[in-house]
Design a protein around this ligand. Structure first.
Ligand SMILES: Cc1cc2nc3c(=O)[nH]c(=O)nc-3n(C[C@H](O)[C@H](O)[C@H](O)COP(=O)(O)O)c2cc1C
Length: 154
């Protein structure tokens, strides 16, 4: 099992150190409401990488959103997502496919969906590895909200 940090994460981290402004990613999800599943894409702010110390090969990408937005319904119906990250300073584009998970407030009805994802995620996944290390998901969620609020107010 690969346990080293993936090259794409190292490259993005290095690029962000030099180009702090490149935090906007484009996140695509699939809307299942139509006869033909329809892609939707939107800009998001990259907040952090999350990585279990036992599984540096499987970093998670953290962003924040309002639980009432359509993307949440899309992601909880179909967790396959893709993001594109254009870093102008290095003239590099990264296209990253994966599975997204919404982490709501524990009192929100969708929290059960998050617990289901944890229980059913592959053993070799960032979600499972972090949970196995007793990661404090709610504490991280609160911290992200606070930093998103600070950025919005500044
Ligand atoms: C530069 C930029 C950054 C954005 N960052 C976020 C973000 O971090 N989270 C978010 O929910 N929406 C963000 N938005 C708004 C989304 O692009 C989108 O319009 C909104 O979330 C509704 O998306 P949805 O209808 O697909 O759910 C951003 C928009 C721009 C232009």
């Amino acid at each position: 099992m690969a346990t080293s940090i993936p090259r794409w994460k190292t490259a993005i981290t290095d690029a962000l150190l030099r180009h702090k402004e490149s935090v906007v990613i484009q996140l695509a999800s699939v809307d299942p409401k139509h006869d033909i599943p329809t892609p939707h894409v939107r800009s998001h702010i990259f907040r952090a990488f999350l990585c279990a110390s036992s599984m540096p090969s499987l970093p998670l990408i953290v962003t924040t959103t309002d639980i009432r937005t359509p993307k949440v319904t899309q992601i909880t119906s179909n967790s396959h997502v893709e993001l594109v990250w254009w870093i102008e300073g290095t003239q590099e584009q990264y296209r990253i496919s994966g599975f997204a998970s919404v982490i709501p407030h524990p009192a929100h009805p969708l929290y059960r969906h998050f617990l289901y994802n944890i229980d059913n995620a592959p053993k070799a996944s960032g979600l499972t590895s972090l949970t196995r290390e007793d990661f404090e998901w709610e504490e991280k969620r609160q911290r992200n909200i606070q930093s998103a609020k600070r950025a919005y107010e500044s």
